[in-house]
Every structure is written in C-alpha cells, then in structure tokens.
Design a protein around this ligand. Structure first.
Ligand code: FEO
Ligand code: CA
Ligand code: CA
Length: 642
C-alpha cells in the first residue's frame, strides 16, 4: 500500500490518542487511505453555520431548505389535509409516517414503469425519483393529545393509538419530482406505498423456517407482518433498498424470566424486552412475549424490498444476522462477491461484514436479487497494532458448536451477538453507520458513544472510558487506489477522528481532528455523537449527529475531507431545531440536492403534543412539531458543499 507522508494534523491526532494509551491506533494514523485522482479537497467552500440551539434549522448563506415531506402529509391523492386530532390508523396508512430516518433517492427512468427496476436502476436522473424513507419509531406523547410525558404515554396508550402508531412505523416510498418551485411529492404516483407493521413479508435465508421463528399465527416460520425500529439502511446497484430493524426490543412487552425456555429468556433480555416496556402487547398480543415468545425472533433483521415494484413483497434477510441493525451498506465490484458492512447499535456490540456466495454481475438483475440470501457473515476484530480481521460466523467452526448452545446456522444468526463475542470480536462504542467512501474505497465506522465503557475496559479501537462524544474509525482493506479488496479477511484500521471539544480540559473528553495544526479548528467545527454518514462525489464525508445537545448545541451535519491536509477537519453545514437529530443524508446523483431527515423535533423534557417545546416546521398553533424531510440546495443550483 502506498503511504502518504505524515502531515502535522496527523501528528497532533497521534499525540491526542497517544495520551489515552491507545498506541495501536496511532501507527495506522500515519498510513491513511491513498488519495484517489478524483479527490477534490478544496471543495467544501460553504460559509460555516455557528453552533446554536433554538427552534429553527440553520443553513449556510446561499442555501435553501424546502420542507418536502412531514409526518401526516398525504402520499396518496385524495388523502386530504392532515388533522392530527382526527387521525385514524386507516388515515395514517395513506400518509407519511413518524420519525423519518434513513433516506434513499432511487432515480426513475423516463422510459420505464412500475415493475421495471432493471431499467430504473440504470437511470441517473436527479430530477425524478423515489424517495424511500424509514420511519423508525413513534412518540405518542408528541403525536396525540392527552399524554403528559413520554413515560405515561409509552406505558399506557389506547388500542386506537397503538393501531395508529403501528401504521406510522416502517417505511414510505414516495415519487418526487423537481419543479421550478422546488421538489414536490407526486401524489397520484403508482409507486407510492407505505410499509408498516401490517405489511406481510417473507423471511429468507438460513434461519427461515427454524422452529425459533415459528409462531401460532405462522407455523411455517417464513412469513411475518411488518417491520419496526427502521433506523438506517442501504441501497443496492440492482435497484433494491435495505432497511434495518434496530430497537425492536422496545416494541415487546413481558418478563423474559417468565419464559420457560432459558435460551429465549437470555435472548429477550439481550434486546431489552421487559415488563415495563410500552404496552402494545395489551392491545396486540403478538407483542406480549408471555403470549408469543418467538415473535421477537422475527424482528432484528435487515429487510430488502424493490421500491420500483409496488406489488413486491419485502424480505427479511436472515443471512445478515439478528441484532440492533443500524443499517447495511454495500461495496460492490463487477465479477466479485458483494460485500456489505453494518453495525449493531448497542454498547459493547460489534461491527459486521457480509460476503455473498455468488458474484455481482452488472446487468443481470434477476440473479443479483438473491445475492444477499446466501453468503457468510463476519464480525470485526480490531487489534492494537492497527491490523484487523473479519471472523466468520459459521456453525461448527471454532466455538460455534452444540457445546456452546448452537444447534445449527439458524442459532448462530439468531444469537449472533453471543456467537461474535465467543469468536473474540472487538466490543465497540455503539456502531452506527458503516459506509464505504466511493472515492478512496475505504470504509468508515461511526461510533456514536458508550458512557458505560469502564476505565479497565478500553481497547485500541475504543480508547476512551465513559466515551460521551464518540469517534470515527477508518477501515482500509488491502489493495490500492479504488481497487481495495473488501472480500479479504484482513484489513488495517485507523482512528479518523475523536468527537468532542478539541479544547476540553479533560484529555479523556478532548476531541481530535485533522485541522488542529493546519489552522485552528473553527469553534463551530467540532461535533459529538456521529450517527449517519454520506459521501459526496469528491469523497468528502458528511456526518449527521445525534447527541450534541449534551454538549450545549444543536445536532446537525458536519462535512470534511477524508484525504489531504484538510483530512478530518470538519465544517458545520446544518443545524437542527431543538430536540431533533439529523438522519439519512442522501445526495441526488448530480450532487445538487441533499435530502436530510429531521427526526424527533421538540423532543425532550416535558415537551408534549399539548405543550410542545416548539412547533417546527409549521410553527402553526394548530399543529404539533413534525418530523420532516428537507431538500437542501444551493440557490444558484450548484453542487451542495462546493
Ligand atoms: Fe436509530 Fe442507531 O440510531
Ligand atoms: Ca441512527
Ligand atoms: Ca440515532
């Protein structure tokens, strides 16, 4: 591997991390990813947004943000104006859901119609496409009148409100088009569709049909209603969308210790299922583990669906394992196995990689559609010397045997956390998005925080005890300049940045960024709690945060180069309204529009539907705060960020 000469910014980061005793990480800092010829490190010329905290969103001068889709907006013609106090479950089914998270922009070809994904996914239209948006979870105290706070609401909602919540979760597919007045939803589009907890889907892969996935309603263990906890996701070059099931345990109610099977009791504990969770089980018995102890095993998977075919059935991919999936993103090269990377967003959990059994063949979409149903899942081991290894999660290999409670590959995939731990995977500080930069072909891991990590419990890749601000790692597969071998079982890794204030007195809380030597980092350039990430055409990293209010300012978006003298030197691009986090940054193919999801605005404290902290984005006394997707563009039509 070609090596860049060490630059002063890396030396500063070397010192900062060295002070934490993470010597292993430092060797890697001197040999970052090679620079691709297409890399444009001078492109982030926007005027920085200041840190702040108020009821508005904030953008650089010369930019506009159009509110494209809000909770309750109709996605079908004839659905009418949103009336939150008159909302029914049937109505919600026709409307944009709650707490928008992951966004995929899937271009539409002019010469193709529904069901013709082969043609659509060859389009690079930046004027017409499908916006595919996750709806992660519901917050009844902000959705409905009459609840004083989050605690009372989640534990005591009515049957009617449960039905609305279940229709507000999941996913929305909405055709959008760019008009002279900005982006607009096309309400009479044949593609528009909601996926909710009532949508029937298939379970495929090695765990499908296993007795642990069978229920009274589905003795086959291969069909399930719906998806929940849909956090981030990914998209494939064969035109499908992947959506994650993250915090599914919170949807289930009951006492794991009352379950007769100790394997399932341990399993349910691991995902936070408890008697005082929200009370959906009171009104919908499949969410009561005392009634249906196997139903939780049918959640916690990645779901793949074809947005171009409104009749298609989503599939839960058991090949990708069962955990609190943040998302899975692909690194595809023609003629090679497909590689997908994902994180398990919980303290001390792992980073995963999947390698397909069959090769990706551009143009052969029918064959490609089964690529994610057969292959091998691996868990990441990050060694102190900057090397790393992917550990295969295969039944019968190493400790994954009947002696350790694994009967077959289905057990390995259902209890993949336990399997990865037995193999010696490295416990991480809440892995969120894991995504490959298409320009330098390196993979970046957002580690949002882990306040539970003890001083005796650190490792080179997670060097801070009580990690409140999170950090970002860079994975470098073998190979060079855009030709890295993501199928290799070995890699190098580096600490890309440490979140937090670079001037914090406590060295354990001090952030470390690339720009500290080339010029003092702006007072607004630092951030905490990286969650989602996207890359622009120049290979710049755009990080969305979830937790900066703990540091006194709004969550938002920060953009930075990944190579060159401004490597890991963030600039603040977008600030959220108070209470919200930013999710799902997604560029159009031409880079002139950036879609973002503003999730849970006005959340926090005693904020409620009746007495909200603010009413963004409508600021209308008749409407509550509403999670919304914004379309951000330059007023002069240029490329966002440049
Ligand atoms: Fe749903 Fe990991 O954030
Ligand atoms: Ca997230
Ligand atoms: Ca989050």
């Amino acid at each position: 591997m070609k090596k860049l000469p060490p630059d002063p910014s890396r030396r500063t980061l070397f010192k900062a991390i060295g002070a934490l005793g993470a010597t292993g990480a430092t060797s890697g800092l001197l040999s970052a990813c090679n620079r691709s010829p297409g890399f444009d490190r001078a492109s982030l010329t926007f005027t920085e947004v200041p840190h702040g905290l108020d009821a508005s969103h904030h953008l650089p001068e010369g930019y506009r943000a159009d509110v494209l889709l809000r909770w309750g907006d109709p996605i079908e013609a004839g659905a009418g104006v949103f009336d939150p106090e008159g909302l029914t479950a049937a109505e919600q089914q026709q409307r944009f859901g709650y707490n928008n998270d992951f966004i995929a922009f899937m271009p539409l070809a002019e010469d193709a119609g529904p069901g013709d994904g082969d043609r659509h996914c060859r389009s690079d239209s930046s004027k017409r496409g499908l916006l595919c948006v996750n709806h992660e979870y519901t917050q009844p105290h902000l959705m409905f009148p009459g609840y004083n706070d989050e605690y009372s609401a989640t534990r005591g909602v009515s049957a009617e409100h449960v039905a609305i919540e279940q229709a507000a979760c999941g996913h929305a597919i909405v055709e959008i088009e760019k008009t002279p007045a900005g982006w607009q939803a096309v309400l009479d589009s044949p593609y528009n569709r909601r996926i909710t907890l009532g949508t029937e889907m298939d379970i495929v892969g090695p765990a499908a049909g296993d007795p642990r996935l069978q229920t009274a309603a589905d003795p086959s263990g291969t069909r399930v209603f719906g998806t929940v906890g849909n956090c981030a996701g990914g998209k494939t070059p064969w035109g499908t969308v992947l959506i994650a099931e993250e915090g599914f345990g919170g949807a289930f109610q009951g006492d794991p210790d009352a379950i007769a099977d100790p394997v399932e009791a341990r399993n349910h504990h691991a995902f936070g299922i408890a008697p005082d969770n929200r009370n959906w089980g009171d009104h919908d018995p499949r969410f009561d583990i005392g009634v249906e102890p196997h139903e939780p095993n049918r959640f916690g998977w990645m779901v793949e669906f074809d947005p171009y075919d409104p009749e298609s059935r989503p599939r839960k991919l058991t090949t990708l394992g069962r955990f609190e999936h943040e998302g899975f993103t692909l690194a595809c090269k023609p003629g090679q196995s497909v590689v997908a990377y994902g994180g398990d967003d919980d303290e001390g959990q792992f980073v995963y990689r999947f390698v397909s059994a069959e090769a990706y063949r551009p143009g052969n979409h029918r064959a490609n559609r089964n690529l994610l149903t057969a292959g091998t899942l691996f868990a990441g081991q990050f060694n102190a010397d900057g090397s790393g290894r992917w550990l295969p999660l295969i039944f019968g290999e190493g400790p994954l045997t009947p002696e350790n409670g694994f009967r077959n590959q289905a057990d390995v995939l259902v209890d993949v956390r336990r399997a990865a731990s037995l193999l010696g995977a490295t416990p991480m500080d809440r892995p969120e998005d894991v995504e490959t930069n298409p320009v330098n072909d390196c993979t970046y891991v957002m580690l949002t925080k882990n306040k539970r990590r003890g001083a005796d419990d650190t490792n080179a890749a997670n060097p801070r005890p009580r990690n409140a601000a999170g950090h970002v790692l860079e994975i470098v597969p073998p190979g060079r300049d855009g030709e890295r071998d993501h199928t290799s079982d070995i890699f190098r890794w580096h600490t890309f940045l440490l979140g937090g204030n670079p001037n914090a007195e406590d060295p354990n809380e001090r952030g470390a960024y690339g720009q500290q030597v080339t010029g003092a980092i702006s007072p607004h350039g630092w951030f905490a709690n990286p969650d989602n990430v996207a890359f622009d055409h120049a290979g710049n990293m755009w990080v969305a945060t979830d937790g900066c209010e703990d540091f006194g300012f709004h969550d938002g978006l920060w953009a930075m180069a990944t190579e060159g003298e401004l490597r890991a030197a963030p600039k603040h691009f977008f600030g959220c309204p108070q209470g919200a986090e930013v999710c799902g940054p997604e560029f159009t193919p031409d880079g002139t529009t950036l879609f973002i999801a503003v999730q849970h605005p006005a959340d926090g404290g005693r904020s409620s539907f009746d007495n909200p902290m603010h009413r963004w984005p409508d600021n209308d006394p008749a409407l509550p705060p509403r999670p919304s997707v914004l379309a951000i563009s330059r007023k002069d039509g240029g490329v966002v960020g440049s």
